[in-house]
Design a binder for this molecule. Structure first.
Ligand code: FAS
Ligand code: PHB
Length: 389
């Protein structure tokens, strides 16, 4: 087998990159470890920066999103009974789109099918070879057969647990990580959302987030200790904890119901560099992980894909390697700014087990400053809706 760009991973990063490159006449092959059903069964992100919306539009996969997604001009932050709206539109003339990552991935798979893309599922034993040469290749197993894919470039879009980052020698790779002492327990319920916009709720009992997927599908989260298991949390226990973390003024408007999905995700900040080594370039969770507090995970995957797709198109269409040479540095600069914001939002809104009385005072002062300073709100709004590229 031969292609111009081998893409490891058929999640949002890999599929979006493949779609953008194919639209530019560049051949790709996507190698995905799981089945398509498994990939589409994952419930993950829900908020997209407008830059991500525009990239999906450029890729030609935005029709359903504009029909079924919800543009949001603001969001709420609460601290116990205090509630503050961050007005994206009037502060930074921007907005976000609420549309589930599962639906984005479904749209991308449909577009790849329509484009006649080669997306191989249920592959195993993926190994990246000769990355420091001008003719790298990928070996893998599919249906019990050992196969070899010749290519010019490899995009590692295989997430945190993939093989791509680990294909960079440990002597070259630098990793920075912070593991948070709690996770998020998330549920989906077929109930009308609590509010028209998202509510990031901080309280003495811990953090909660009220999000949504559509007018009758809500996505809610509560901060839980790392030791908790999903089976420790009945629906009743979830609703009690969630309600208890909301401002008392809005608790009465909550509509509860049975959960149709329930899972716990650990929180970590992780970034590895370089994001590029020879003919291998990393995108998305393969290179970095952010706590979901800033709604950046999926958006950073799209950010990397924007830089890498433009660099590869310049390389193949104009024989201009300059953007490809600087891809790692360009992408990483924007990743670290989003990493900072996600870390800051996590510290602002969560109760950490080891917080001192002073820490709690400073956390309350942070919220106070935010509620009084338009400049502080502009800073939050510009980061949440997406910094410039
Ligand atoms: P992905 O992990 O989505 O995709 C990588 C793909 O590579 C997977 O399909 C995997 O099967 C495949 N793969 C792995 N190893 C392979 C191999 N060796 N060979 C071939 N294929 C391989 N972000 C938010 O913004 N908000 C959220 O609320 C949120 N919640 C999350 C909850 C969970 C449990 C997780 C894990 C992540 C969450 N994220 C959230 C972040 C998430 O949305 C990611 O940022 C997003 O999926 C990144 O997309 P990719 O980089 O494509 O990685
Ligand atoms: C979600 O809807 O799943 C969601 C929204 C915003 C976040 C995290 C998750 O910050």
């Amino acid at each position: 087998m031969k292609t111009q760009v081998a893409i490891i991973g058929g999640g949002p990063a890999g599929l979006l990159l493949s779609q953008l490159l194919m639209n530019a006449g560049i051949s790709t092959v996507v190698l995905e470890r799981q089945s398509r059903e498994h990939v589409l069964s994952r419930i993950r992100a829900g908020v997209m920066e407008w830059g991500t919306v525009e990239l999906l539009k450029t890729a030609g996969v935005s029709d359903r999103m504009f029909k079924e997604g919800f543009p949001h001009e603001g969001c709420y932050l609460s601290s116990n009974d205090r509630m503050l709206r961050i007005d994206f539109e009037h502060l930074v003339d921007s907005r976000v789109m609420v549309y589930g990552q599962t639906e984005v991935t479904r749209d991308l798979y449909n577009a790849q099918d329509a484009a006649g893309a080669t997306v191989l599922h249920n592959v195993s034993d993926v190994v990246l070879n000769d990355l420091q040469t001008s003719s790298p290749y990928v070996t893998f197993t599919k249906d019990g057969q050992a196969l070899r894919l010749e290519c010019e470039y490899i995009a590692g879009c295989d997430g945190f647990h993939g093989v791509s980052r680990k294909s960079i020698p440990a002597s070259v790779l630098k990793e920075y990580e912070k593991v948070y002492p709690f996770g998020w327990l998330g549920i989906l319920s077929e109930t009308p959302p609590l509010e028209d916009e998202l509510i990031y709720a901080s309280s003495d009992r811990g953090f909660a987030l009220a999000s949504m997927r559509n007018a009758n599908l809500s996505r809610y989260y509560v901060q839980v200790p790392l030791t908790d298991k999903v089976e420790d949390w009945s629906d009743d226990r979830f609703w009690d904890a969630f309600t208890d973390r909301l401002p008392s003024t809005i608790r009465g408007q909550l509509v509860t119901g049975p959960s149709i999905e329930k899972s716990i995700a650990p929180l970590r900040s992780f970034v590895s560099e370089p994001m590029q080594w020879g003919r291998l370039s990393l995108c998305g969770d393969a290179a970095h992980i952010v706590p979901p507090t800033g709604a950046k995970g999926l958006n950073l995957a799209a950010s990397d894909v924007r830089y890498l797709s433009q660099a590869l198109i310049a390389r193949f269409a104009d024989n201009d390697p300059t953007r490809l040479d600087s891809y790692g540095a360009d992408a990483l600069a924007r990743v670290k700014l989003a990493m900072r914001f996600s870390w800051w939002m996590t510290l602002l809104l969560h109760r950490f087990p080891d917080m001192s009385a002073f820490d709690l005072q400073m956390q309350a002062a942070d919220f106070d400053y935010l509620s009084k300073s338009r400049n502080a709100q502009i800073s939050l709004a510009e980061n949440y809706t997406g910094l410039p590229f």
